[in-house]
Design a protein around this ligand. Sequence first.
Ligand SMILES: C[S@@+](CC[C@H](N)C(=O)[O-])C[C@H]1O[C@@H](n2cnc3c(N)ncnc32)[C@H](O)[C@@H]1O
Length: 366
Amino acid sequence: MQVQNEGVAAGTTASGHEDSGVENDYDQDNDAHHVIQPQLDTYEASTDTDEGYADSDASSFLSSILSDVRRGVEIEGRLYPSFGKHDYGMPIDEKELDRNDLQHHKYFLLLKERLFVAPIPSSQLSSGNTRILDLGTGTGIWAMDMADAYPTASILGVDIAATQPPFVPPNCTFEIDDVEEDWPYRAAHFDFVHGRDLMTAVRDWPRLMAQAYAHLKPGGWIQLCSTIPGALSDDESIPPDSGYVESGRLYFEIAERMGAPLDAPKAWARQMKDAGFENVQDEVYKLPMGPWPRSKRLRTVGRMEQIMILDGGFEAYMLRGYTQVLGGRAEDLTVMLERAKREVRDPSVHTYVQYWITYAMKPFER
Ligand SMILES: C[S@@+](CC[C@H](N)C(=O)[O-])C[C@H]1O[C@@H](n2cnc3c(N)ncnc32)[C@H](O)[C@@H]1O
């Protein structure tokens, strides 16, 4: 395991936006009903007419999925996805999408302006035939930055929620799909499979890794990234009856009961080895809470983390689970989180969480 290994060669954003003119060529040669283009304009067009869907059963099946995807479920004033095999613990409304975009900028800065850390040769990402898959793409911000950075690569972002923008780089495509179901792609198809912040989204990591392995080309890479939200401190500045620690403990309990434990990243390396991957590496970064670090870059990261948490991050993580999994009342959660937020604002409390990245390569055929 590497902790804050800053030396690994990795991707950065491109300085300019270039149109590659490259067409996306994802091979949807099975289960077409499983894959839905998320742009709302497309939905409206395809539900108004049967054009392209001669079979009326298929058409009504599609309409019902489309309406499920669009509707979502409202819980305590927040919107959650209604599509997918399992309940996802976090919202998908505008407030959450803004939070996701802030997270993206925070991680980019934390990684010293890199979009990923796996040591993927740039020739592999610019071969003209490069395909990249982003699991649980959210607002698609990572996928779109990758598309700009690697204009000859084709980037596919998949999500159970249609939260991606309609106007995207020409080499970036979004689809609605549940990554816990069978993946509808060809074997040995992708050069890079990426997944970030999929807590309470994925239950079966070994299955996801086995699917990534099958759908990666030999020599292709997987990188998974996630915050593990337990508060840590190196100077014992966490108060003994910490509300922040208590809310973290409850969040771990919620996720455990949902079947999606928050410390899952600690097993990723072993699971990737078991799946057959090579060059498996953990990199663990300290993600400060608040502007307490000495380094200017990390102070900015800490400030972003603090804003994210104070401006709805705690609630995004915990509201659904606290009320539906633990059976608690939203008002009680608010009171507990207020106590936690006081610590988050307190400059004498120096906490951080771990940002865990694990990457690995599918071996070349021997
Ligand atoms: C916290 S967001 C992270 C978004 C993005 N990966 C990022 O880092 O910017 C998690 C995303 O995973 C999606 N998601 C949850 N469960 C999923 C599943 N089973 N299959 C596909 N996407 C899923 C959610 O809808 C949400 O957009």
